[in-house]
Write a protein that binds this ligand. Structure first.
Ligand code: AMP
Length: 414
């Protein structure tokens, strides 16, 4: 079925055509009809599946056809998201899809001045996309009126729980009318998430996309064994052999993000890094450069990159394996967005093999091995433009990883 055949307003169809969305993705096909009917939905879908439009299309349609007049009453739809980057990104999707409609959307998040946000809220808006902290701050002081909210959307609920927002979500319920439509989206599911979900939705339609394989089918993902100290040579080679491609490199900590960037600089590779320690404006600038393709290599930590939708990322490199297995799914999901194809490769050192086993347990199946022959392995090291006499960097790279690993192991044991 094509979007043209859906019972949604022509104003929305016009935007979808402009975006070149002809047919719904799996999650859209399954979610749009029940959301249009006003049902509660509990959906398990990763980013990259088209989940944002899966709720944005029917919500915009519903509010547009109601022809809201009294904006001063308060917002009609609240979208809660874990990070400010995601808030900005989802807001853009609402703006793009709702461009020709009467629906007004806006987003609020912390870390920036609240004055302009308050001014905009006072003018009246229909759909608000918000991160929990700023949202409570503004709601408790009366700048956000939630008592007329008809639709509540929780996006990336699992990530919100990871970040400790459970209390905020529960507190939020006090401001919302009991009679409302609730749409609950999560990339992964476990007992805690299920409990939260069922406390919020009623008689929800359950939707799951690709339940057996949490990694989208259009992503070719594999793992290769590379010693910790050799990882940078392999990254260098991969980048130099794929110079036209956009490559997203994941590391475990911000210190490592900076180190890898410096290592690449030594071999004349331009890259930038983003991590939680950077200012919001700076992070946005870096992401924009990467989005436009002005920088081809971006080094990121999990927190900074979750949920970010950047088109045309051909390669994801797990320079370090993620400590949280589900982050593997989020990371590799940065490539192969929508209907594009993508490649993801993980560099696994001897120290990281237990993490690999955990990830494969989470996925429920082994990850394809990419064998590197000894000759080719040595050739990659020889291929490097770096002087191999730089033992200091090498040792500090190794030490840094080992110390961090030990710390996190200790945490786990507690
Ligand atoms: P999301 O999972 O919402 O982050 O979306 C992932 C990507 O899929 C985004 O780049 C969207 O622009 C793209 N996308 C969403 N829906 C469609 C569609 N029906 N056809 C083609 N691309 C889509």
């Amino acid at each position: 079925m094509k979007f043209e055949d859906y019972s949604i307003s022509n104003e929305i169809k016009k935007s979808l055509a402009k975006l070149n969305y002809r047919r719904p993705t799996d999650i859209q096909f399954k979610s749009i009809p029940p959301i249009l009917k006003g049902e509660d939905v509990l959906a398990i879908a990763q980013t990259g599946t088209g989940k944002t439009a899966a709720f944005a299309i029917p919500v915009i349609h519903t509010l547009h056809t109601k022809k809201i007049k009294k904006r001063a009453d308060g917002i009609k739809c609240l979208v809660m998201v874990p990070t400010r980057e995601l808030a900005i990104q989802i807001h853009q999707v609402f703006e793009t899809i709702g461009k020709h409609t009467s629906v007004k959307s806006f987003c609020v998040f912390g870390g920036v001045e609240e004055g302009p946000q308050i001014a905009k809220l006072e003018k009246g808006i229909d759909i608000l996309i918000a991160t929990p902290g700023r949202m409570f701050d503004l709601a408790s002081r009366g700048y956000i009126k939630l008592n007329r909210t008809e639709i509540l959307i929780l996006d990336e609920a699992d990530h919100m729980l990871d970040l400790g927002f459970i209390k905020d979500i529960r507190d939020l319920m006090k401001y919302l009318p009991k009679k409302r439509q609730t749409l609950f989206f999560s990339a992964t599911i476990n007992e805690t998430i299920k409990k939260l979900a069922y406390s919020l939705v009623s008689n929800a339609i359950r939707i799951q996309v690709s339940p057996k394989d949490p990694v989208a089918r259009n992503i070719d993902h594999s793992v290769t064994y590379i010693e910790m100290d050799d990882k940078r040579f392999f990254l260098e080679r991969l980048i130099k052999e794929n110079q036209e491609q956009k490559i997203l490199v994941f590391v475990r900590t911000k210190v490592r993000a900076e180190r890898v960037q410096k290592a690449m600089e030594r071999v004349n590779i331009t890259s930038q890094f983003i991590h939680g320690g950077k200012e919001q404006a700076e992070r946005k600038k870096t992401l924009d450069l990467f989005r436009k393709g002005e920088i081809k290599v971006l080094i990121a930590t999990d927190v900074s990159a979750r949920g970010i939708d950047i088109p045309g990322v051909q390669y994801v490199v797990n320079y370090d394996l993620p400590e949280l297995s589900e982050n593997y799914v989020h990371r590799v999901g940065r490539t192969g967005r929508g209907k594009e194809k993508g490649i993801a490769v993980s560099f696994c050192s001897a120290e990281e093999k237990p993490i690999l086993t955990e990830i494969e347990g989470f996925l429920g199946k082994p990850i394809k091995r990419l064998e590197i022959e000894k000759g080719d392995y040595n050739h990659t090291i020889d291929f490097s433009a770096e002087s191999h006499a730089d033992w200091k960097t090498l040792i500090s790279d190794h030490d840094d990883f080992i110390t961090k690993g030990k710390k996190s192991n200790k945490k786990k044991k507690k």
